[in-house]
Design a protein around this ligand. Structure first.
Ligand SMILES: [Fe+2]
Ligand SMILES: [Fe+2]
Length: 442
């Protein structure tokens, strides 16, 4: 809704006299209600509770995640319908069963039980909550009147996928990426890591990185579901150790209990394409002094390897005509002088990740993976198959815009769609406004 005032969409339906209602309830509980109310019941008639557009995340066949910012203590919800007029809408609240989630920064709603490859319409809302002593009180609801839409993934979904990476909260490049996504309207967008710029110390920092991402695109993920893949920068800063409190881990049912900590890995079908998401973790060995002794990415990568070995045996992958894998750090580099992420005495960032390549490469060969899309170096590159590697490797461009000729760095959007039974992958150069690469599979 570029250029539009979000207030136009906000319908505030606060309950009149909510403070007195709280007082009445407290009195019924035997609480000294007058003292509580005099102590400062909030002004429930002013200020918006819903503080952002929804962010769709964790696209899947039968579930979706929705998050949005709130300005005060609240329990968020989503109303979802199979009709654009919202007839028969069901309301889904934040949190699982038992206690629903109440939070003063963000609402996280996980919607389950959806039909694959089906379009849904939805709107968000929140209940303003207040705690007096041990009890929560509902002070009324606010609904964002704007209705958004998305389609679930699945083998019958004929939409496209797009990939962005390394935006690092740099608005010129991120704006180009989001504009291109708006033009291409993919079924799903993979955010292939390093979304974070200035490392997130607090949830307010992270809200800027993942919810209020760009002033011109306040609804960047309201109608396009995103799959977020960690980059090495997305592990840095104190709040990023709890990033799942803002960008949810994927639906737990998607993975076996032994893979519970792999909250961002995914295998999802988009038509004839199996999308496989992996996490390369940080770009240095765990013992590197940079981590202060509190990194355990080596066992994390080994666990990912076991997950991948299982994932490629699933029907979603085995029956797919095309297989495309995503991770942040490149899994190939032809230059033997480049830092391969396994040197303890290396001060520079890794250009690629040899340990992951050695573990995952043979599994990609076994599964017949066609293409691996990475990022991290901020420089678009295509490595055709070779050196015993049967899969193409494409490195996304990122936030850097400089240089000339072969040294030029530019942001990209990678687009993949099945057309006439063949997978066509295009790399859009967002500065030159041309196709930097078109590669067809099948
Ligand atoms: Fe980066
Ligand atoms: Fe990176």
């Amino acid at each position: 809704m570029k250029g539009m005032n979000r207030r136009e969409f906000i319908k505030v339906s606060l309950m009149a006299g909510a403070s007195s209602l709280v007082a009445a309830r407290l009195a019924a509980e035997g609480v000294d209600a007058s003292a509580v109310v005099e102590a400062g019941a909030p002004d429930v008639t002013g200020g918006r509770l819903i503080a952002s557009a929804p962010v769709l995340q964790n696209a899947a066949e039968t579930s979706i995640g929705v998050s949005f910012a709130v300005s005060a203590l609240a329990s968020g919800w989503v109303e979802i319908s199979k009709s654009p007029d919202m007839s028969g809408a069901k309301r889904v609240y934040s949190g699982d069963c038992g206690l629903m989630d109440v939070n003063d920064k963000v609402a996280l709603v996980r919607i389950r039980g959806l039909r694959p490859a089906t379009r849904y319409w939805y709107r968000i809302g929140a209940d303003r909550m207040e705690f007096k002593r041990y009890r929560p009180y509902n002070l009324g609801s606010e609904t964002d009147g704007k209705i958004h839409s998305f389609a679930t993934l699945g083998a019958e979904n004929t939409g496209s996928f797009c990939v962005i990476a390394d935006s690092h909260q740099r608005n010129p490049a991120l704006g180009m990426m989001l504009a291109k996504l708006q033009e291409l309207t993919p079924a799903v967008a993979i955010w292939n890591g390093d979304a974070t710029g200035n490392f997130n110390t607090t949830i307010d920092d992270a809200l800027k990185a993942f919810v209020h991402v760009h002033p011109d695109y306040p609804e960047y993920a309201a109608d396009t579901p995103f799959m977020f893949v960690n980059g090495n920068h997305d592990f840095r800063g104190l709040f990023n150790r709890h990033l799942q409190d803002l960008m949810m881990f994927r639906e737990p049912d998607e993975r076996l209990p032994r893979y519970a900590s792999l909250g961002r890995n995914f295998v999802q079908r988009l038509g004839d394409v199996a999308l496989i998401g992996l996490d390369t973790g940080e770009d240095k060995p765990d013992a590197h002094p940079f981590f202060g002794g509190v990194a355990k990415f080596e066992p994390y990568r080994h666990l990912q390897t076991r997950w991948l070995a299982d994932a490629i045996e699933t029907p979603a992958v085995k029956t797919a005509k095309f297989k495309v894998a995503f991770c942040h750090i490149p899994l190939y580099d032809a230059n033997p002088a480049h830092n391969a992420g396994d040197a303890i005495d290396e001060g520079k960032a890794a250009e690629w990740h040899r340990p992951c390549a050695q573990m995952w490469g043979p599994l990609f060969e076994k599964a017949g993976v066609n293409l691996v899309i990475t990022g991290h170096t901020h420089r678009f590159r295509h490595d055709p198959p070779g050196d015993g590697r049967t899969w193409d490797h494409i490195v996304c461009g990122g936030c850097d815009i400089w240089g000339r000729g072969a040294n030029r760095k530019f942001p990209t959007v990678i687009e993949g769609r099945v057309d006439g039974g063949r997978l066509v992958v295009r790399v859009h150069d967002l500065v030159a406004k041309k196709i930097a690469l078109e590669k067809t599979f099948g």
